[in-house]
Unconditional design. Structure first.
Length: 180
């Protein structure tokens, strides 16, 4: 098999996951846009809630947990070392697998990891919107929207994120074939 075959699988994978990313991105922008439009149209007075500081701290804690989780998850699962380990495990379990099947299975693993990262970015925007509708204050909604959108944008499924995978797969399969 050639590296070119694995590249085609990666290109198809990127095309498929972009749709999911676009849905999460569009959902985040729309729910923020609707809430912000409502705020600009009505200009509601903030609700005077005796438990406002508690809600504020809880939403902030959730936001911090989501942001740290995105960083941790991306650092752990999208390093070349992790992809090498997964590929080696896949080929060790099934030594008869060729590059194409290995690339398919690796992209299946990566697909679920990417979706989790994007969902956490979308959830960050959702936390801000829920906070707005509960309290009618926009500060947290705006900040969480910017941070959530930034998280989605920096985790956009670019081809360069996966450029080394075909060569990695080719190298690992070549190593295993020479060991036999």
């Amino acid at each position: 098999m050639h590296v070119h075959d694995s590249e085609q699988i990666i290109n198809r994978f990127i095309g498929e996951i972009k749709l999911f990313w676009q849905v999460i991105f569009l959902f985040s922008v729309v729910i923020f846009g609707v809430s912000f439009f409502e705020y600009m149209s009505v200009r509601p007075s903030p609700r005077l809630l005796s438990y406002f500081p508690v809600i504020d701290r809880i939403s902030f804690a959730i936001a911090i947990i989501l942001v740290i989780s995105v960083f941790y998850y991306k650092r752990k699962h999208f390093s070349l070392r992790y992809m090498r380990q997964v590929t080696e495990k896949l080929t060790a379990k099934n030594p008869q697998m060729d590059e194409i099947e290995t690339a398919r299975r690796l992209t299946q693993d990566l697909r679920s990891k990417l979706r989790i990262i994007w969902l956490m970015g979308g959830m960050l925007v959702l936390v801000g919107v829920i906070f707005y509708w509960w309290t009618l204050t926009t500060m947290n909604m705006n900040v969480y929207f910017i941070v959530g959108l930034y998280s989605l944008l920096i985790n956009y499924p670019r081809k360069d994120m996966f450029a080394d995978i075909p060569y990695l797969i080719h190298e690992i399969i070549k190593e295993q074939n020479t060991e036999r």
